[in-house]
Design a binder for this molecule. Structure first.
Ligand SMILES: [Fe+2]
Ligand SMILES: [Fe+2]
Length: 192
């Protein structure tokens, strides 16, 4: 196995932290989807499943770059604390906000300083996709707090997930191509 070059050690550590975060987000959202279905909030469950798929795509992208840099992606999956769906949505929103405001900007700055294009690409794709998750989780929290269980929260619905960067949309054919990574829209995965 090739050793990790000294100048890439911090970038690889950051990729590993992001891989761990995304892998745990996938586990969390998958468990939250089961709880949302049990609560009759099937639209919220659809959102959790779509975001879980996107986080899995991010983890896979990060793992690929770790391998390119001579490392191996490993992490610990923690036990998931499942609460009410409103609390789960708030936990999910908080996690996305941390990634958007703190984690990914820091990692992107480091990768940019190093000129590591593969790391920049995977961090940038994830950061932009997390913004779509934060928007959708924020909308779900607001609706549920207002007691609007008869909104889209109550019914299974479709979300469209970019298979390359995880960009997530509730609108069919929003653009011809993914606005983040340019992947053609017809390749998007439909998650219910
Ligand atoms: Fe996310
Ligand atoms: Fe994309």
């Amino acid at each position: 196995m090739p050793a990790i070059a000294a100048e890439n050690i911090t970038t690889v550590q950051n990729l590993m932290a992001a891989f761990e975060g995304e892998s745990n987000a996938h586990a969390k959202y998958t468990a939250f989807a089961v709880k949302a279905d049990a609560d009759g909030l099937h639209g919220a469950a659809s959102l959790f499943r779509a975001a879980a798929r996107a986080e899995q795509i991010h983890a896979g992208n990060h793992a690929r770059v770790i391998k390119q840099l001579g490392g191996e992606a490993t992490c610990t999956i923690h036990a998931v604390e499942v609460k009410t769906t409103l609390e789960n949505l708030k936990t999910a929103l908080g996690g996305e906000q941390y990634e958007i405001n703190t984690m990914y900007p820091g990692f992107l700055a480091e990768a940019t300083e190093r000129g590591n294009r593969a790391a920049i690409r995977t961090f940038h794709g994830a950061l932009e996709a997390e913004k779509t998750h934060a928007r959708l989780y924020g909308e779900a929290v607001a609706l549920l707090q207002a007691g609007k269980k008869d909104s889209w929260l109550g019914t299974v619905r479709e979300f469209y997930v970019c298979p390359v960067c995880g960009y997530t949309s509730e609108t069919e054919e929003e653009h011809e191509r993914c606005p983040v990574c340019n992947c053609p829209w017809e390749k998007f995965e439909i998650i219910r």
